[in-house]
Ligand binder design. Structure first.
Ligand SMILES: Cc1cc2nc3c(=O)[nH]c(=O)nc-3n(C[C@H](O)[C@H](O)[C@H](O)COP(=O)(O)OP(=O)(O)OC[C@H]3O[C@@H](n4cnc5c(N)ncnc54)[C@H](O)[C@@H]3O)c2cc1C
Length: 260
């Protein structure tokens, strides 16, 4: 069985977020981590590998330094890493990102593609389902449990107060929630091997069946017009009251602001 896991290197928001003058994220200037949902997706793939045997390929599109996130995945147990990087791919919105990733995946054999539900920087949750559309395969999003049954996957798809059990024949795409599992740590041996291993690097010319007009900032139907920090809340108000008065005070405030 062959599994492709799409992983994104995202800014570690604890280190602060920086923007370029054109409103795009200045990814080179920020501390980075593996996107949490993607790490859970990778762990799910590694558990399938442990149980049934599988070849796990991790794929990322990003700056050359996104190679780090592939090596981390390989140190956890992924077999191969593919970095898709090219200047013309920069500034992509979800359409251009998913077009690029699908173009790269068309070069690979796969039974299952796993993406995260959403990336903590863009936060759109669109890339996974869009990749499945480009590749014309079924998608099950919001996976909180994944099982393999013969040539199908059986997935618990999360809703607010329930879940659906959905079965799909492979090849298909699943988007993983970080609640899916507790990802394993890298092993020391895995770290040595991963840093010696070869990562395949692909550029624009390696993308299959994609048109330049759908790539990068120029090929993005959406453009960020403006990016700004959140409006900071004030320091708040401290009052000392009896419990009953305090309850009435809070209820009045919430009513005043139409919260209740
Ligand atoms: C309206 C709009 C306009 C935008 N315009 C710009 C712009 O002009 N310039 C710009 O730089 N950014 C732009 N972005 C951000 C850009 O779209 C996202 O960084 C990128 O398309 C991925 O989307 P996301 O982070 O929301 O991923 P999501 O859809 O939340 O990600 C879902 C999953 O897809 C996979 N995935 C996503 N991205 C990658 C990747 N690069 N490599 C591997 N796997 C991946 C991961 O598994 C991830 O968990 C824009 C976003 C929006 C909403």
């Amino acid at each position: 069985m062959k599994i492709v896991v799409c992983i994104k290197q995202v800014p570690d928001t604890k280190g602060g977020v920086k923007f370029n003058p054109d409103g795009t994220l200045d990814r080179g200037a920020m501390l980075t981590i593996m996107n949490p949902d993607d790490k859970a997706g990778l762990e799910a793939a590694l558990r399938i590998k442990d149980e049934y045997g599988a070849e796990v390929t991790v794929l990322t599109m990003g700056l050359p330094k996104a190679d780090e996130v592939l090596r981390e995945a390989m140190a956890m147990g992924a077999d191969k890493g593919i970095l898709v990087t090219d200047r013309v791919l920069g500034g992509a919105d979800t359409w251009a990102t998913s077009t690029t990733i699908a173009g790269a995946i068309r070069n690979l054999d796969y039974d299952l593609i796993i993406t995260g539900r959403q990336a903590i920087d863009g936060d759109t949750a669109q890339v996974g389902p869009q990749i499945s559309e480009h590749l014309d395969i079924p998608v099950i999003s919001y996976a909180q449990d994944i099982k393999i049954e013969g040539d199908s996957v059986v997935v618990q798809r999360q809703y607010d107060d329930r879940y659906h059990v959905v079965k799909a024949k492979m090849p298909c795409l699943i988007t993983a929630l970080s609640e899916l599992n507790e990802p394993r740590y890298m092993t020391p041996g895995g770290i040595f091997d991963a840093y010696d291993a070869e990562v395949t690097t692909w550029g624009r010319k390696d993308l299959k069946d994609v048109d330049d007009s759908n790539l990068g900032l120029a090929g993005s139907p959406t453009k960020i017009a403006k990016a700004s920090d959140k409006v900071r809340k004030g320091a708040g108000e401290k009052v000392t009251l009896d419990p009953e008065e305090a309850v009435n005070y809070i209820v009045d405030k919430l009513t005043e602001k139409h919260v209740i």
